[in-house]
Write a protein that binds this ligand. Structure first.
Ligand SMILES: Cc1cc2nc3c(=O)[nH]c(=O)nc-3n(C[C@H](O)[C@H](O)[C@H](O)COP(=O)(O)OP(=O)(O)OC[C@H]3O[C@@H](n4cnc5c(N)ncnc54)[C@H](O)[C@@H]3O)c2cc1C
Length: 481
């Protein structure tokens, strides 16, 4: 009897899982294993919010496997030693996995593959997390794209693969003598109970991912292009953690969206193509990380390598706590802390505020996001922070500095989002909510608000900090330097 190990990582699903599918075609016995080895991801081991999601996603996957007659084997040790131990104890002759694209994982997987092959074990690797393999989309001169629009055009001209693979109907049992840890032994959940917001808002798991996608298509997809920038509306799909942990594949998302577009009455083609384009940004981020693996720590644009960032710890702390005195920034940072997620428009604003007004290194912000986002994703986080800072692929130019007050008035005009996350401002009128420091004293008093006591004064002046940044960037990029 041929036994195969399926090494599950960021592909915590049964449907459209090429590694699982191919293992089932070639082996009579399948051993699905998840190995927790955080040191192998260093320096980007999962943060607190990601670990929380991972715990629940593994629990869901274990339940789904049990339902089909199998069992998830959990290990917590170096990946190679766990795999070799399973090979020895099960008689497995092959290991199947879907590729990862983070630099630490690519290195580790190459080493594991070499060691397994040296031990006489076959290794089979598949693409399960992207529409296009990194390296498959290149410019006419064979170079990686650094600008999104031509990259995405090239993607659209390439075949995106066949229909997603179905979930198996049944799986062979895992031999009882193969040991597994209990999920709690991975210690993924926080010791202090800061996770009540995650418990209230997050639903990890493959079934939840699919339910979310279909519910989203039925309710909010038609208005996606018009409402995706408004944080006070249920405009976006919230699929990001599901996609990061591979509870759903981009291929599945693509097919479902195109299916809805085809069968819905009028208008949905533009909406679904608009959402697919965002999935294209995820694709772009993975390709950039693949070609430029130094970018999680270093700017893609060499000119920013020695940029003189500030090191204002009190500003950084106020930013992380949502106590900057700029309502839209504080609303975003509090949404993040509570729910592990933040709206994309507000992510851009809080990042621009930290880097461009605060003068703080983008890496400080990226690290905070890494610890607090349930969708923390090395490629997406890196690309977007560098985009905002002006030093990455397709980046906003340095002189593009969001004005958080104007943005807040435009995208949260009635202050619904701010009132929800900064309740101390709830009684201010929409006119003054975006900029309470400009409100007349009498009005603040009538709203029961004393600035400096109930809500901070702005920690920095938006206008002068913007001008200082422009001077600093110009000086740094000046050809005479
Ligand atoms: C500073 C900053 C940091 C970010 N860090 C992350 C991160 O760690 N992980 C992450 O998944 N996204 C990150 N993003 C991108 C984006 O904010 C989120 O993907 C999006 O808000 C997720 O919400 P959604 O699933 O409702 O998005 P939707 O609008 O419904 O988009 C669908 C999917 O497309 C992808 N996507 C959308 N926008 C982007 C984008 N700008 N870049 C890459 N992929 C995108 C996501 O996978 C998303 O789930 C970051 C953005 C900024 C500005």
């Amino acid at each position: 009897m041929h036994t195969a190990i399926v090494w599950l990582r960021l592909d915590l699903r049964l449907a459209d899982n090429p590694a699982l599918h191919h293992a089932l075609q070639h082996a009579e016995r399948i051993i699905p294993v998840y190995i927790h080895a955080p040191e192998e991801a260093a320096p980007w081991s999962d943060g607190g919010a990601s670990r929380w999601w991972l715990h629940h996603s593994l629990r869901a996957l274990a339940g789904d496997l049990r339902h089909l007659g199998s069992r998830l084997v959990l290990r917590c040790e170096p990946s190679l030693s766990a795999l070799l131990d399973l090979v020895r104890n099960s008689g497995a002759t092959s290991v199947y996995w879907n590729r990862l694209h983070e630099p630490a994982f690519t290195r580790r997987d190459n080493e594991v593959q070499a060691a397994l092959r040296a031990a006489g074990v076959d290794v089979h690797r598949y693409n399960g997390s992207l529409l296009h393999q990194p390296g498959a989309i290149l410019t006419k001169t064979g170079r990686p794209y650094r600008v999104f629009t031509p990259f995405w055009r090239a993607c659209q001209q390439s075949p995106t693969g066949p229909q997603p693979l179905p979930s198996p109907n049944a799986l062979p049992p895992v031999p009882a003598h193969l040991k597994s840890l209990e999920l709690d032994e991975l210690s993924l959940l926080p010791r202090l109970p800061w996770d009540q917001g995650l418990r209230a808002t997050c639903e990890p798991g493959e079934q939840q991912a699919n339910m979310r996608l279909h519910a989203y298509c039925q309710t909010s997809l038609p208005t996606y292009p018009a409402s995706r920038d408004y944080p006070d509306r249920p405009g976006t799909s919230h699929l990001s953690p599901h996609l990061h942990f591979g509870e759903i594949s981009p291929q599945q998302v693509l097919w479902v969206l195109r299916d809805y577009a085809e069968h819905a009455a009028g208008g949905l083609t533009a909406a679904s193509e608009s959402l697919i384009r965002q999935v294209g940004w995820r694709e772009f981020a993975a390709h950039v990380l693949h070609h430029y693996p130094h970018t999680p720590e270093q700017p893609l644009d060499e000119r920013y390598r020695n940029f003189p960032w500030d090191n204002d710890k009190s500003l950084l702390t106020a930013w992380t706590r949502g106590e900057t005195g700029i309502p839209i920034i504080d609303a975003g940072m509090r949404q993040l802390w509570y729910s592990g997620w933040m709206h994309n428009r507000v992510r851009m604003l809080v990042a621009s505020f930290l880097v461009k007004n605060g003068g703080i290194h983008w890496l400080e912000g990226a690290r905070w996001f890494w610890d607090t986002l349930v969708d923390a994703d090395l490629a997406n986080n890196t690309l977007n922070w560098q985009w905002v800072a002006g030093c990455g692929a397709d980046a906003a130019p340095y002189f593009r500095i969001f004005n958080p007050v104007l943005q807040s008035k435009k995208f949260d005009p009635d202050g619904v989002y701010i009132r929800r996350w900064v309740p101390e401002l709830a009684h201010l009128s929409a006119r003054h909510l975006h900029q309470p420091w400009g409100a007349p004293q009498r009005l603040l008093h009538d709203s029961g608000l004393q600035l400096g006591r109930d809500y901070p004064y702005p920690i920095i002046d938006l206008g002068s900090s913007r001008n200082q940044t422009l001077v600093r960037f110009r000086a740094h990029l000046s050809p005479d330097r």
